[in-house]
Ligand binder design. Sequence first.
Ligand code: ADE
Length: 473
Amino acid sequence: MNFHVLTLFPEMISQGGQTSILGRAIKNGCISIQPVDIRDYTENKHKKVDDYPYGGGAGMLMQAQPVYDAYLSVKEGIEAEKVRVIYLTPQGKRFDQKMAKELSKEQDLIFLCGHYEGIDERVLEEIVTDYVSVGDYVLTGGELPAMVMIDAVSRLVPGVLNNETSADFETFHNDLLEYPQYSRPEEWKEKRVPPVLLSGDHMKIAAWRKEQSILRTVQRRPDLYEKYELKQRVIERLLKKNKFLYMDMIESLRRGRGEFIYNEEGGVTVWDADADVYMLAAFEEAPAKEMVKELPYEKGMRQIIVHQEFLLRKIKERFRIEEIMPVKHAVYTQKVPLFIPKDIEIRPLGIEYLEEVTGHYHMVSEDYISEQLLGGKLAGAFVEGRLAGFAGEHKEGSLGILEVYEKYRRRGLAASLEAYMINRHLANGFTPYGDVLTDNEASLRLQEKLGLCISKDELYWVIAEERCNESHV
Ligand code: ADE
């Protein structure tokens, strides 16, 4: 991902991006940060870039011409027709984790940093797509806010963080703040580390951490806690009535990724922000039409998951259907990790396995596999040092992408690979689940062998596209 920063103080940007994780991400090519000196583009022979505001008033304004030409110089080097241009201003929309996630999907971002009393409105109208503030206070310029955004967005770009320190599992995981942490020594200034953390009992430790997270969120961020509570209520009151069928929605909400698009007694629609997938559950037929109408307009092919057959009829009225896949959920309901034979070597796969994995797995695109590998979401089984099969996690968090090469089949590798992924999800506090095509007998047998519960009802993965090109459908 490339960050281009239009600024009068390029050294503030180049210095800010040199150290620690950002520095490493630049070195290994995951991101680039390019400051562009607006002063280099002024047509004024004294290199002036500012002037007095018409109508009077305090201070100076940055003029339109140098800002526009600096922008054009960046834009010319970007292939995409549209690129987001973010103007940092206290008058903008408040930056948050959700916005960071959304921006991390872009290939290029241009930041425009203001100074003095601001920038001539005409150039803002011409080039800016997003007005963003980092908080309700006024800084002397946009460089620090730009760096704040670059830092928060970069760590969500696949490959920037190590596989072990995944971006998913930190402060905003589950919509709750992180629990308190302790390191050695056991006692410091007469304060002891909470005994439960020394107990070695992982279940007790997880329960304590959850309790502490809740307490901390209630005390420090009641607004976040309210959001968390609403999700818990919907899970407990509505979705748990058929928990195997709705496990994708339950887990999306529990893992802090899902947002409500529609939330009534008769039906719930969850948007999984990470995967950009909409999941619809209608508990009666009445709200079906309204629920489909409420789906936001999006160009191109998209994935929608519907949990009732009658919802399909309404979906077909609005969308042109490319494919409908009936699936069932396979859910691992126990808390204990599965046994994996010691002689089977399973470990996470990096991006260097892209060609090999795409050569053996054709259900999803190469870009999709690439993103999952960079995010550390795939693991491989090795026999005598050679990759013999793999398993992974789909974008919306279900287990899948399972393949064992022909020559290595019938020796339990598929079961071990799936068990490995299940154990990984358990360690993260998730309920592991996967989707199985209803006619895939071999997979259904494997799920049952591993002790997973299969949902009685089926749900439908729909690949579809808007029939109408208008945004007011
Ligand atoms: N420029 C000055 N203050 C700012 C703020 N709070 N957010 C973004 N840009 C700014």
